[in-house]
Design a protein around this ligand. Structure first.
Ligand SMILES: C[S@@+](CC[C@H](N)C(=O)[O-])C[C@H]1O[C@@H](n2cnc3c(N)ncnc32)[C@H](O)[C@@H]1O
Length: 144
């Protein structure tokens, strides 16, 4: 039987402070090495483990259509509040299964996994990679 690990443990404790901390990081600096590989807008982007939505917001501002997956309810609410003026589509879902996103039968040109993968053990990573692969459009890229 596979062990279920709560990978969101600790993220709810002070979600407002965490969100502020995440929002202080500059998207263009954080992703400067991979930005040249990102698809041109408008593309379909999936930000998994979106946290406060910092990256989702920056990508929407660049002209992309962005789905932000965030399993920690308190962080998701913070993100929705902070970026209320932007058309980010928030989904409550989690790796490795991404059940809700997968049942929508959509594909994405860019899947972003920023500071999330470290929460998954080896078996969960294998399963998560299968989920991510199923969500990639032809020629799509994963940034992690
Ligand atoms: C270190 S934070 C990074 C947040 C954001 N990506 C950033 O770079 O600011 C990790 C995020 O992953 C989320 N997370 C934890 N376990 C997850 C899982 N199994 N699937 C998807 N997201 C997860 C947490 O709730 C948290 O928002």
């Amino acid at each position: 039987m596979q062990r279920q690990v709560d990978t969101t443990k600790g993220y709810s404790d002070d979600a407002a402070a965490l969100a502020q901390q995440y929002e202080r990081i500059r998207f263009d600096q954080l992703h400067r090495d991979v930005l040249p590989y990102f698809p041109s807008p408008p593309s379909d982007v999936l930000d998994i483990g979106a946290g406060s939505g910092r990256d989702a917001a920056a990508l929407v501002r660049l002209g992309h259509r962005v789905v932000a997956v965030e399993p920690t309810a308190a962080l998701r609410r913070e993100g929705q509040r902070i970026h209320a003026s932007l058309p980010i589509e928030w989904i409550d879902d989690a790796l490795p299964t991404l059940t809700r996103v997968l049942t929508q039968h959509r594909v994405f040109d860019l899947v972003l996994l920023c500071a999330v993968w470290m929460h998954l053990d080896r078996d969960a990573r294998a399963a998560a990679m299968r989920s991510v692969a199923a969500l990639l459009a032809k020629g799509g890229i994963v940034a992690m």
